[in-house]
Design a protein around this ligand. Sequence first.
Ligand code: FES
Length: 171
Amino acid sequence: MRGPRLHLFVCANRREGSPLGPGCGERGDAAYDALKAEVGARGLVARVWVTKTHCLGICPPQGATVARYPSSDPIRAGLAPAEAVALLDEPEAPATPSWSDIERELTAIEELQTKKVLDLARRLRPGLTLEDIQNPHDFPELDDPDWHYADGILTGVKTVTTALRAQRNRG
Ligand code: FES
């Protein structure tokens, strides 16, 4: 079975009593419902998939976070339902990217994820530096599941980047 032409992941994460805020929650539900309705109305159900997900690591104070793949700018935060629906009309990324396209994309993802991890850390303990968060066990405030999740994604991104660079250098 072939995958979708476009896949949107909509955060509807809810959390209570966290210093990171309540999560996208109902705002995510509203964006998800609007996207599902629009995809259905356009007859795109087989080609455009919309999936509800947990935290995508940005946790905007307003709107919801939506990840769009493929895209050169995949993670969007703070979207109202109409803005989420507008993602359906953005141009698609090239089908066969070059190595430099891939490297540029991975570098951008790594920078974005690094910023997310640092921003989340600073919401848990203001003033932390990039060097500080290399040693999270020194800071009890970082014993937070959402922070560890975001940091784990960053580790994964770095691993993929390293593996692809090695592959390119072999080729
Ligand atoms: S709760 Fe939605 S991005 Fe974190």
